[in-house]
Design a protein around this ligand. Structure first.
Ligand code: HPA
Ligand code: ZN
Length: 352
């Protein structure tokens, strides 16, 4: 699917992208050599080919096939080459440079600090690298960003809370002397039997620090409606999350989509992530029904390099091509991301 000039030139904001899911095979290869990390691939071509197929990480659906990783296994395996402040800087700058090329003016990337500290990488290397990239991209490329600390939901809650305390000096919000890298917390990784309310303590701490709260409710997971019910009605002392990442399952549950409308909670959808496993004629009418009910959502890429190199522009192109959205509606979709984002008013106004 080629990107039309209309989609290419649309001013964009990206609110659902995992920075570690933007690591290209080329940069991974380069960093492996820089750091002397052995990769289980003899050639660069083999490494590239490994990105083509991954399995669903929902265990009960996973007919395991030897040698083929689940999506999340591939994602965390990619992280292995990231070791130093310069590596995290290069990863982030590569994404933000790509943003400039796609006319993405502002982004709120997720980062998984626990994916690095649990391998023995100092948290400071991760946070300083991302902070330097945030500053350089704003100054040199005009691409602004505010980042989102994610709790790894399949790790113990106490580990996530400790990671949050360690990262707090890099927060924005009302954290005294905070360096301003991240202004929100999220909830990522494998949702299997890990409902959002398990992390309520983390969300409350973030709120008390003046940060925003979002969380993944991935499409088609086990207990997905129950997880969404928690995200909409129960977390943050009953206030609900401010946004939900994915959340497409609300479409067929009236209490949930009405809850999203009443509470003004927007969804960050990633159409290609679902299109990998869902037929066109099922997926795009579902997205359209959500639109017709008035639920606010925006279009994003999730993990572009692990999802067939489909970036935010490719995701918007899919909605335009398969979803029955007019040009005016596509502009509104792009504006939704501006409305849903947590940038300063000055940055928002500079986009639309
Ligand atoms: N789902 C959940 N967590 C993630 C993903 C995903 O697709 N990518 C990175 N963290
Ligand atoms: Zn995601």
């Amino acid at each position: 699917l080629s990107i039309s000039p209309f989609i290419a030139t649309l001013p964009k904001v990206e609110l659902h992208v995992h920075i570690e899911g933007t690591l290209t095979p080329a940069l991974r290869w380069e960093l492996a050599h820089r750091n002397g990390v052995a990769l289980p691939y003899a050639t660069y071509e083999d490494l590239k080919a490994s990105y083509a197929v991954t399995l669903n990480h929902r265990p009960e659906l996973n007919g395991r096939q030897p040698g083929i990783p689940t999506f999340l296994e591939a994602y965390f395996a990619g992280c292995e080459v990231l070791r130093t402040e310069a590596d995290f800087y290069d990863l982030a700058m590569a994404y933000l440079t790509r943003c400039a090329e796609m006319n993405v003016r502002y982004a709120e990337p997720f980062f998984d600090i626990q994916a690095h500290t649990r391998r023995g990488v100092p948290g400071q290397a991760v946070l300083d690298g991302y902070l330097r990239a945030k500053q350089d991209a704003a100054a040199r490329l005009g691409v602004h960003s505010n980042w989102i600390f994610c709790f790894l939901r399949d790790e113990p809650v106490a580990d996530g809370l400790r990671a949050y305390e360690d990262a707090r000096p890099w927060a924005a919000g009302s954290v005294q002397g905070g360096k301003g890298l991240f202004h929100a917390v999220g909830l990522a990784s494998n949702a299997y039997e890990r409902p959002p309310m398990l992390f309520e303590e983390g969300f409350l701490r973030a709120k008390a620090d003046g940060l925003h709260v979002t969380m993944h409710c991935d499409f088609g997971q086990k207990d997905t409606h129950a997880h969404m019910d928690e995200a909409v009605f129960q977390v943050c002392g009953g206030m609900g999350a401010e946004r939900i990442d994915h959340g497409l399952d609300a479409e067929d549950k009236e209490g949930l989509w009405r809850g999203l409308l009443e509470r003004g909670i927007g969804l960050t959808l990633c159409p290609h992530a679902y299109h990998r496993r869902t037929a066109t004629e099922v997926l795009f009418p579902k997205i359209r029904r959500l639109w017709e009910r008035g639920v606010r959502f925006c279009i994003n890429s999730d993990d572009p390099t692990l999802m067939h190199d489909v970036w935010i522009d490719g995701n918007l192109q899919k909605v335009y091509t398969y979803g029955g959205f007019s040009k005016a509606e596509m502009v509104q979709l792009a504006r939704n991301a501006v409305d849903m984002c947590w940038a300063d008013e000055g940055i928002k106004k500079s986009i639309y």
